[in-house]
Design a protein around this ligand. Structure first.
Ligand SMILES: [Zn+2]
Length: 84
């Protein structure tokens, strides 16, 4: 096994394993940002860097993940109807 070649690579790997830096969202904060997050996500923007901590929260919180999924579905069906 050779050591990581690039300096900082170990830190990046560690950060990936322990989750993103930055503040962890509470369910309340998650709920407040969810609309914007889903809009960014569906619009093809980098929602994760716009709202750090959101993805980690959704992965760890099934209640908010469900809200996220139904909001996604709602916005997608709205978009489909508007496109008609
Ligand atoms: Zn939550």
């Amino acid at each position: 096994m050779s050591p990581p070649s690039a300096p900082g690579e170990f830190e990046r790997l560690l950060a990936r394993l322990t989750g993103p830096p930055g503040p962890e969202l509470s369910c309340e904060q998650c709920f407040e940002q969810l609309d914007r997050y889903v809009e960014l996500e569906l619009g093809g923007s980098d929602a994760d860097s716009a709202i750090p901590g959101m993805r980690a929260h959704l992965e760890g919180c099934s209640a908010c993940a469900e809200d996220h999924d139904s909001l996604c579905a709602l916005l997608l069906s709205d978009a489909a109807e508007a496109g008609r």
